[in-house]
Design a binder for this molecule. Structure first.
Ligand SMILES: Cc1ncc(COP(=O)(O)O)c(C=O)c1O
Length: 428
C-alpha cells in the first residue's frame, strides 16, 4: 500500500486531523504499515514510536496474537447489536475486566471510546443521585489540569484554562475545580495541596454528584505526576461527604504507571472506573466503565428502570475479541518487567535534559517520561527533526514526552531519549 502526492494533497484539502487547522494544516507523515515498536513511512523510512498511538499500542504494532484474535473473530461475526443479544467475546472480555479490577467493580458497561466511557460514568453518577431522590447532587468536582475527552460532559471537566471552556462558555456545564496537586509523586507530601479541595467539598457537597480524576498521572492536561496522598485524601473526602469517586484510567490503565491501575499507587478503590486506549492494545476503539453492584442497581431504580445509554456499536465483537487477547497478554505479567525496565532507562537517560537551560522539569513514572520546557516547541520544526532522527514523538505545548510500547527494545528507547535531548540542544 502506498500513498501518492495526489493522495497527500487530497488529505490536506479534505481530511480533518486532530486539533489541526483546515486553514493552515501542519504536515502529515504518511504511515503505510507498522511493526513492533516501529511505524513505516511511505518512503520506507522506519520511525521508532515514542507515543504508542496515544497510550494505546502497548503490545506493539502488527502483534501476531492480536492479529489472530481479530482474524478468528471476523470469521465468526464482526458485529451484532448488543440490545437483547450477547456474545462470547463480550462475556470473555468482561470476565477479564471484573477479575483484573477491584472486587467491588463488577458491573461493566462497554462503550465505544474513552470520551464516551467518561460520559457514561458521569451519567451513571447523575442517574444514581436521581434514583436516590437527591437531584440537587448534579455537579462534578475535579482538579485543574485534567483531561477527560472531547465530548461535552467530558469537556466540562477538562482544565478550564487549557481545555475548551472559553470557546464553549455558556454551553458547558459549570463544574467545580480544585487547584491541581503540587506535591510530586516522588517528593515530600504538602498537606496544603488539600486546602482548595477541602473547601470545595465543605461548601458544595450537597450539590456534588461525583468527583472525577485521573489517578496519579494527569495526561493531556499537562503530563503531571502527583503524590498518592492526594488521591488517598480524595477517596476519604468523597466518603466523608457522600460523593461518588470516578477514576478515569483511560490513559493510566493496564500497567502504564508501573501498577496495573494508577489508583493502586494510593491503595484506593473508585466507585466508578473508566478504561480505554490500551484495552485493545491500540487495535481499535473500545472502552469500558465499571461500577459496583450496589451503584448499578440503584441507578436502575429510577422511573426509567434502566440505565439510559446504549450505543449502536456497544460491545463490538471484533474489538472485544482483540481486547480479550490484549488483556490475556497483560495477565501473563511480562509488562511488569518491561515497564520497570523502561522506567529505569527513562530516568537515567532523560536526567541529562535537566541540566539544559530551557528545561524546567523532567519527570518519569512507569513507561512515561516527560521533559517540560520553558516555552512551547515549534511543532513543525521539531516534528521534522524527530522524523529525520528516525523517531515518532509528538510534543504538545512545552511538553516533550515519551510513552513507548512496552515491547520496545533498550536500543530503540535510547534512540528516543537521544532524539529528545538532541531536539532541545540542536533546534533554535
Ligand atoms: C484520561 C483520558 N480520558 C479520556 C480520554 C478520551 O479518550 P478518547 O480519545 O478515546 O475519546 C483520554 C484521551 O486522551 C484520556 O487521556
Amino acid at each position: 500500500m502506498t500513498i501518492t502526492q495526489a493522495d497527500l494533497q487530497f488529505d490536506r484539502d479534505h481530511i480533518w486531523h486532530p486539533y489541526t487547522s483546515l486553514l493552515d494544516p501542519l504536515p502529515c507523515y504518511p504511515v503505510v504499515s507498522a511493526q513492533g515498536a516501529e511505524l513505516i513511512l511511505n518512503d520506507g523510512r522506519q520511525l521508532i514510536d515514542g507515543m504508542s498511538s496515544w497510550w494505546a499500542a502497548i503490545h506493539g504494532y502488527n502483534n501476531a496474537r492480536l492479529n489472530q484474535a481479530a482474524k478468528d473473530q471476523i470469521d465468526q461475526m464482526s458485529h451484532v447489536m448488543f440490545g437483547g443479544i450477547t456474545h462470547p467475546s463480550a462475556i470473555a472480555l468482561c470476565r477479564q475486566l471484573v477479575t483484573m479490577t477491584p472486587p467491588s467493580l463488577d458491573r461493566v458497561f462497554l462503550a465505544d471510546s474513552g470520551s464516551v466511557a467518561v460520559e457514561v460514568a458521569i451519567k451513571m453518577a447523575l442517574q444514581y443521585w436521581v434514583a436516590k431522590g437527591q437531584q440537587s447532587k448534579s455537579r462534578l468536582l475535579t482538579v485543574e489540569n485534567g483531561y477527560h475527552g472531547d465530548t461535552f460532559a467530558a469537556m466540562s471537566v477538562c482544565d478550564p484554562v487549557n481545555g475548551m471552556h472559553e470557546l464553549f462558555s455558556g454551553v458547558l456545564t459549570k463544574q467545580l475545580f480544585a487547584a491541581a496537586p503540587q506535591s510530586r509523586f516522588d517528593g515530600p507530601w504538602l498537606e496544603s495541596d488539600l486546602d482548595s479541595l477541602i473547601a470545595l467539598f465543605e461548601t458544595h457537597h450537597h450539590t456534588i454528584a461525583a468527583m472525577i480524576i485521573e489517578p496519579i498521572v494527569q495526561g493531556a492536561g499537562g503530563m503531571r505526576i502527583y503524590h498518592p496522598n492526594y488521591l488517598k485524601a480524595v477517596r476519604r473526602l468523597c466518603d466523608q461527604y457522600d460523593v461518588l469517586l470516578i477514576c478515569d484510567e483511560i490513559a493510566t490503565g493496564f500497567g502504564r504507571t508501573g501498577k496495573l491501575f494508577g489508583h493502586q499507587h494510593a491503595d484506593i478503590t473508585p466507585d466508578i472506573l473508566c478504561l480505554g486506549k490500551a484495552i485493545t492494545g491500540g487495535y481499535m476503539t473500545l472502552a469500558a466503565t465499571l461500577t459496583s453492584q450496589a451503584i448499578g442497581e440503584e441507578i436502575c431504580r429510577t422511573k426509567a428502570g434502566v440505565f439510559m445509554h446504549g450505543p449502536t456499536f456497544m460491545a463490538n465483537p471484533l474489538a472485544c475479541a482483540v481486547a480479550t487477547e490484549s488483556l490475556t497478554i497483560i495477565n501473563e505479567n511480562n509488562w511488569q518487567h518491561q515497564v520497570a525496565a523502561i522506567e529505569q532507562q527513562l530516568k537515567s537517560e532523560l536526567a541529562a535534559c535537566l541540566a539544559l537551560p530551557s528545561v524546567v522539569d523532567v519527570r518519569v513514572l512507569g513507561a512515561i517520561g516527560v521533559v517540560e520546557l520553558n516555552c512551547a516547541v515549534d511543532m513543525v520544526a521539531i516534528q521534522q527533526y524527530f522524523v529525520e532522527q528516525g523517531v515518532w514523538i509528538r510534543p504538545f505545548g512545552k511538553l516533550i514526552y515519551l510513552m513507548p510500547p512496552y515491547i520496545i527494545s533498550q536500543a530503540q528507547l535510547s534512540q528516543l531519549t537521544g532524539a529528545v535531548y538532541g531536539a532541545i540542544t540542536e533546534l533554535p
